[in-house]
Ligand binder design. Structure first.
Ligand SMILES: Cc1cc2nc3c(=O)[nH]c(=O)nc-3n(C[C@H](O)[C@H](O)[C@H](O)COP(=O)(O)OP(=O)(O)OC[C@H]3O[C@@H](n4cnc5c(N)ncnc54)[C@H](O)[C@@H]3O)c2cc1C
Length: 438
């Protein structure tokens, strides 16, 4: 029996699905010892810090992750950042295989004048703020105005728009961070518009997210029915052959024709507008957009422009990966060839593909990379020394440490009828997790 040591860096879905695929490929001849590292004391990546709190079912995938973590061949090293606490060359010496699953956490910039005005923030800051990521507690967006614009036409933009448009009591039974619940509770935002540069037919929303909008009790949802009629005419026969496109456009058509309840809160979806300039005196007040049209499936700016009122602007136009010392970054992800970075080093998930795909997409993607890893395993495992010796034990949040954090959060939640109350300060996380900040 050959035992290979594998380091997986990043405890998000891609990291766990890699561990699962490795376990599934154990046989009489080989097995794996898996060490999973994360820069946070807490695992689960964007399932904890990205998925919207009003979508608790999506978070149930963590049961799968906890099952993998309970296997005897698995160890968790939380509060260990690749590039800060350990260099990739250290891992390459100690492990037969290193898998990078570090995601893409940096928000893409709009690159237009006015982007630095107060009141302009990225979804990459707003989302982890409301989800209680310890690095984003101080983002503290001002929700004191009436008008919010969310730039982007994907599910992240949809999450941001929906969160702003909900009434706070719709969030009070979720695991939203306490600090965010209070800000949402005092929010005066009443008019939220999600703005896409391209047409309805190009939007990257998925239809379940669109179909839940008319079910919002306290918020009226608007889409210009003419924009949908024109989009349906433009796609023509593709309505029949492309199932996802049809489902999306039908969901948008239903929203466009739905009766409104006269709610004070409004959530609108607008298309064919490119932000040109953010205007304001000391803070964002308006955004100027070019009005676009679609010709032969291409989006073209017209001479027309419009200005929309705005007290808060959230850009949700995609993510890029942070640079990691020792590996090259290419177009916002780790440079790779179908998941291979170099001999013995692989990449999976958003760090490999860029920020696209739902949680499940990472499962098939990780399985493909694991097939490659298995085919390229060295004939003889390194049999190198254990990393525990070179990492200060006081620094690491182990799986038991995480379990203590998890238990504390769950019981604090149970006491107030919520699924969990997240611990959001580094010092408390480390102390609960039995580690020291070093
Ligand atoms: C706002 C938002 C909402 C979403 N909602 C949904 C949804 O409702 N349903 C759905 O199916 N999908 C959703 N997704 C998509 C889903 O979250 C991703 O497909 C998935 O999380 C990507 O997995 P990953 O493991 O590649 O990256 P991540 O989940 O980002 O995990 C990366 C991990 O690496 C760690 N890390 C980063 N750098 C380092 C380092 N240098 N050293 C050590 N650790 C490091 C991070 O702390 C993190 O834990 C959403 C995504 C976003 C952004």
């Amino acid at each position: 029996m050959k035992t290979y040591r594998v380091a997986i860096v990043g405890a998000g879905p891609a990291g766990y699905f890699t561990a699962q695929a490795l376990n599934n490929s154990c046989d009489n001849e080989r097995n794996f010892l898996i060490d999973m590292f994360d820069r946070l004391p807490t695992p689960w990546g964007l399932v904890r810090s990205g998925v919207a709190p009003d979508h608790p079912k999506i978070r149930t995938v963590t049961k799968v992750f906890e099952k993998i973590a309970a296997e005897p061949n698995y160890r968790y090293f939380g509060n260990v950042e690749l590039g800060r606490d350990v260099h990739i060359s250290d891992l390459e010496k100690l492990y037969d295989v290193v898998v990078l699953a570090t995601g893409t956490s940096l928000g893409k910039k709009l690159g237009i004048p006015g982007e630095n005005l107060p009141g302009v923030i990225s979804a990459a800051d707003f989302v982890p703020w409301y989800n209680g990521h310890p690095d984003y507690v101080d983002v503290n967006p001002s929700l004191t105005g009436k008008y919010a614009l969310v730039i982007g036409a994907g599910n992240v933009a949809m999450d941001c728009g929906r969160m702003l448009a909900l009434v706070s009591h719709e969030l009070s039974s979720t695991d939203i961070a306490d600090h965010a619940l209070e800000v949402f509770h005092n929010s005066s935002m009443r008019d939220v518009t999600i703005v896409g540069r391209r047409g309805p037919e190009h939007a990257a929303f998925t239809s379940p997210e669109l179909r839940e909008l008319p079910k919002l009790d306290q918020t009226d949802v608007f889409i210009d029915s003419q924009q949908i009629t024109e989009a349906i005419a433009r796609v023509g026969n593709r309505m029949e052959s492309e199932k996802d496109l049809r489902s999306n456009l039908e969901a948008m058509r239903e929203i466009a024709h739905a009766e409104h309840r006269g709610n004070e809160r409004r959530l609108s979806l607008a298309f064919l507008l490119t932000p040109l300039e953010i205007l304001g005196d000391g803070k964002v007040e308006q955004v100027r957009f070019s009005v676009n049209k679609v010709i032969d499936d291409k989006v073209i700016a017209t001479d027309e422009s419009i200005e929309l009122l705005c007290d808060l602007l959230i850009s949700a136009i995609g993510y890029e990966g942070l640079e990691i010392p020792g590996v090259s970054n290419e177009r916002g992800r780790i440079a790779n060839n179908d998941g291979k970075v170099r001999e013995g080093v692989y990449v999976v998930g958003w760090a490999k593909r860029g920020p696209s795909g739902v949680i499940g997409t990472n499962k098939s993607d990780s399985s493909e990379v694991v097939k490659k890893i298995i085919a390229e395993l060295p004939a003889t495992p390194k049999g190198a020394v254990d990393i525990s010796g070179s990492l200060s034990g006081e620094k690491v949040v182990t799986h038991d440490g995480w379990s203590a954090i998890n238990a504390a959060e769950l019981s604090a939640g149970e006491a107030v009828g919520r699924p969990r109350r997240k611990v959001v300060s580094w010092s408390e996380l480390l102390s609960l997790g039995g580690a020291k900040a070093t």
